[in-house]
Design a protein around this ligand. Structure first.
Ligand code: HSE
Length: 299
């Protein structure tokens, strides 16, 4: 019996919460079909974005997940996986994480391994190594669980929170990034105490104000990162135009989605898509994709 999973995209970091915060979103998503196979593994990516992915399936984010299940079970099973891509790879919307999460979830069912959620997050995060060089857990946790996820990347402990249904998101996908690996390599390996205190305070305030609806604090918190986003933003020529546009359009706050290049605005009403498009055009930004979507409580 194949298992078919609709795995949502996610927005990691949410400003100050590098590797710690992540939000599942309703669209885009990938549809992932998984079944145990006779003979060799067969993995195929189909859909608009399939050409972005490596042709050698051993280089995809799915392979470390499959290998880990082989190690855990001691069974040399084979799989047939078809991924219909709706999430643009390397856009900052957790494309690789959504697929790794779906495969971890499916293999747990197909192999009757009964692993708990913390273990599934750990295994799915192994897949991220293929894209990011290190196994970060934020995107896979949001795709698996839905909602807003707070994850401790050191211990794997996590909390999932249902998102109030008043929020909307406008996401501008434009430009390219060298790779998530590269965008992580740029970051400092140590930070000063002032930056730690600033980001810890804003992560806490983000969670409180996101739930309680205090817009003033939410805005400051979402745009309060002083460690990661200022370094990455310099690599994206469209960053300032996109940020100004979304704020003018009424966003509560704006930040890079994951490692970028996508930039998202958080709204408490439906974002004015046509206006945003027009304003971006006035900045000379035309080769972009504008998505209006909502957070999703379904993983
Ligand atoms: N937290 C990760 C990063 C997300 O910012 O590198 C990558 O999508």
């Amino acid at each position: 019996m194949p298992i078919c999973i609709r795995s949502p995209a996610s927005i990691a970091n949410l400003g100050p919460g590098f590797d710690v915060l992540s939000l599942a979103i309703a669209e885009p998503y990938d549809d992932v079909y998984v079944r145990l196979n006779q003979g060799d593994d067969y993995i195929e990516f189909i859909g608009n974005y399939s050409h972005y992915l490596p042709s050698d399936y051993k280089s995809t984010t799915l392979y470390p997940v499959i290998e880990e299940f082989r190690r855990i079970t001691g069974i040399n099973f084979s799989v047939r996986i078809i991924v219909k891509k709706g999430i643009r790879p390397a856009s900052g919307l957790g494309s690789s994480g959504a697929d790794a999460a779906a495969v971890a979830y499916a293999l747990n069912k197909l192999l009757n391994t009964n692993l708990d959620t913390k273990s599934l997050i750990r295994i799915a995060a192994l897949g991220e190594t293929a894209a990011a060089g290190t196994p970060h857990m934020d995107n896979v946790a949001a795709s698996l669980l839905g909602g807003l996820v707070i994850i401790n990347p050191v211990t794997g402990d996590f909390v999932r929170i249902d998102v109030p249904n008043k929020y909307w998101l406008s996401i501008i996908i434009a430009g390219n990034k060298p790779s998530t690996k590269e965008m992580r390599r740029l970051l400092p390996s140590t930070i000063d105490m002032g930056s730690l205190k600033n980001n810890s305070a804003y992560v806490s305030m983000f969670i409180y104000s996101f739930i309680s609806g205090n817009k003033e604090i939410l805005s400051k918190a979402l745009m309060g990162d002083t460690i990661v986003e200022p370094i990455r933003a310099k690599f994206y020529p469209h960053y300032n135009a996109a940020k100004e546009t979304l704020l003018k359009a009424g966003a509560i706050g704006v930040a890079l989605a994951g490692a970028g290049p996508s930039i998202f605005g958080l709204f408490d009403h439906e974002p004015p898509k046509d206006n945003i498009d027009k304003m971006l055009g006035a900045y000379g930004l035309r080769d972009h994709l504008l998505i209006v979507t909502r957070p999703s409580n379904i993983g």
